[in-house]
Design a protein around this ligand. Structure first.
Ligand SMILES: Cc1cc2nc3c(=O)[nH]c(=O)nc-3n(C[C@H](O)[C@H](O)[C@H](O)COP(=O)(O)OP(=O)(O)OC[C@H]3O[C@@H](n4cnc5c(N)ncnc54)[C@H](O)[C@@H]3O)c2cc1C
Length: 505
């Protein structure tokens, strides 16, 4: 990083965002001779006792953004967005599955189409393998009934189930289902620091044993003399030359002080909502509808999965501590091998009374403790289809507006019913479910889809914008469909592919 004067910083490649996409790309570009500068809005998430306080995390929402976000009706909401080094991965559940081979192909449901990707599973496969090594993924190859072919086994063996979860897995098997160990990025290697606590999924890891982007890619990238990072640096607007074909500068706000980053290449990796917002905010005479938006698709096709939590409750206590070890894909392609299916089920981190209070603040804590002490807790996700009307935009005051109407809801309801039946059969007579709302932006994606055709996509297959030669978007925005799997490993795999294959000039 060089400084021309106090207000201008020069580099070769400026990456906006240090999360899964930005951090992994910085890692891939380290030691290549080009100077890489990460521009990160947040600071390091502090390691403090509150990291593991369910009340602080789920009721006070301690580390979430407080920016004003509006829904389609102009009502404020507080998305699960985290402006810290490592981005949303600092609090993620570290479930790191690959997408299925079929997820890259055109699929249909009664609500519409899940489009084909410009690259197939085989193209991404070696990068998935590398991402699994980088993010220390534990799993068992061949156990997931719908997984694609693998060139390598999982780098580490699956995280074992605790006894209550092993019983559930056995019951599922007796019911004819094919449960499998959830691929997880935690550090259980020899000498690894993971203590398998109950404050993993949704919490920052105080012992840095969760494979988040800060730990696995951003900090290791910074060990290279070629990579540096500005924290507390909010990207405000990207400016182009008079032709509109090249970005010439990025204005950043550092605690009220404006500075400009000048680079040869700019990579937006601010997360699907904020990357779209930055491009829209960077509208100019040459790009009146937003930078790199000749397709009109920047911000459109926002997806975040149709999600529910399902608590299956039994009369006896569930003493499980590290619960997030089991998954089911039996209904991934629907009950009749239909194309877009009902989706995926994976265990949540063990729910605790204070976590439930975030959703049902009126319920007495004692009742919540009784329930949480006896429940096995699932996260159910169904693919949502890209719909151009589901979109990120800016209002006249520059605030981010997220319009979203769910689709594939019928399929999701069938998934919920199927899981409820399986859990009742496993000895859990009481079932409670809750659909997640607009604030559940965890799996946000799709707002700058990649593709071959500039008329129907924002990015080319290596995530360069079709419209602006030296501008890339490398985060969850590129996904043209959401699949019914957690997205982070796919974001990392594509970042490794872009880092290896794209020409940065
Ligand atoms: C509670 C929770 C649980 C999750 N669990 C899982 C899971 O188990 N498995 C899984 O695969 N995925 C999970 N996810 C989703 C996963 O974290 C995301 O898919 C992934 O982080 C997306 O990567 P990204 O690069 O798009 O965004 P992020 O990783 O969020 O990175 C975006 C970065 O950009 C920065 N930024 C934003 N705006 C600006 C700006 N204007 N200027 C400078 N910097 C900016 C942010 O501060 C952030 O550091 C979860 C997410 C949440 C919130």
């Amino acid at each position: 990083m060089n400084q021309l004067d106090a207000s201008t910083i020069t580099t070769d490649i400026a990456i906006i965002g240090s999360g899964m996409g930005g951090g992994t790309l910085a890692w891939a570009l380290r030691n290549r001779g080009a100077k890489v500068l990460i521009v990160e809005r947040g600071g390091y998430l502090p390691r403090e006792p509150q990291n593991w306080s369910p009340r602080e995390i789920f009721v006070a929402k301690r580390y979430r953004t407080t920016d004003p976000y509006l829904d389609g009706a102009g009502r404020p909401f507080r998305p699960s967005i985290y402006h810290v080094v490592g981005g949303c991965t600092k609090v993620y559940g570290a479930a790191l599955p690959r997408f299925r081979r079929e997820d890259f192909e055109l699929l249909e449901s009664e609500d519409g189409i899940s489009p084909a990707w410009p690259v197939g599973y085989d193209e991404l496969e070696p990068y998935y393998a590398e991402a699994e090594r980088l993010f220390r993924v534990h799993g068992t190859a061949g156990s997931d009934p719908v997984e694609g072919a693998r060139s390598t086994p999982f780098p580490w063996p699956a995280v074992p189930h605790e006894p209550v979860i092993a019983e559930v897995a056995d019951s599922f098997a007796r019911q004819g289902l094919r449960p499998f160990p959830l691929p997880l990025g935690i550090d259980l290697r020899e000498g690894g620091t993971c203590i398998r606590c109950k404050t993993c999924d949704g919490f920052p890891c105080q012992v840095l044993a969760k494979s988040d982007a800060e730990v696995c890619v951003t900090t290791p990238a910074l060990e290279s003399p070629d990579v540096s990072m500005l924290t507390g640096a909010r990207a405000v607007v990207l400016r182009t030359d008079p032709t509109g074909r090249r970005v010439t500068g990025l204005d950043i706000d550092m605690n009220g002080t404006r500075r400009t980053v000048v680079a040869s290449t700019y990579v937006v990796a601010a997360g699907a909502i904020n990357s779209a917002a930055l491009l829209l905010r960077s509208a100019s005479d040459r790009h009146p509808n937003g930078l790199a938006n000749s397709s009109g698709l920047v911000g459109r096709n926002y997806m975040a999965h149709v999600n529910s939590a399902l608590m299956a409750i039994r009369p006896t206590v569930n003493g499980t501590v590290f619960q997030k070890t089991l998954a089911l894909n039996d209904w991934y392609f629907g009950e009749s091998n239909a194309r877009v299916g009902m989706g995926h089920a994976q265990l949540l981190g063990k729910l605790q009374a204070e976590m439930l209070q975030g959703s049902v603040p009126w319920a007495p804590k004692r009742a919540l403790s009784e329930i949480a002490g006896r429940s096995v807790d699932w996260y159910l996700m169904t693919e949502d289809l890209p719909d151009p009307e589901n979109r990120v935009s800016l209002d006249s005051a520059g605030r981010v507006v997220v319009m979203f109407k769910a689709n594939n809801e019928k399929l999701h309801r069938r998934l919920v019913r199927s899981m409820a039946t399986a859990m009742r059969r496993a000895g859990y007579p009481m079932i409670q479910t809750r659909r997640f709302g607009l604030d559940a932006t965890a799996h946000q994606c799709g707002t700058a889809k990649f593709g071959d055709d500039p008329a129907t996509s924002v990015l080319d297959p290596l995530c360069r914008t079709h419209d602006v030669a030296n501008l890339f978007v490398m985060d969850a925005s590129f996904l043209p469909s959401s699949s019914a799997q957690n997205p982070a490993l796919t974001v990392a795999a594509q970042a490794l592919r872009v880092g290896e294959r794209a020409a940065f000039n």
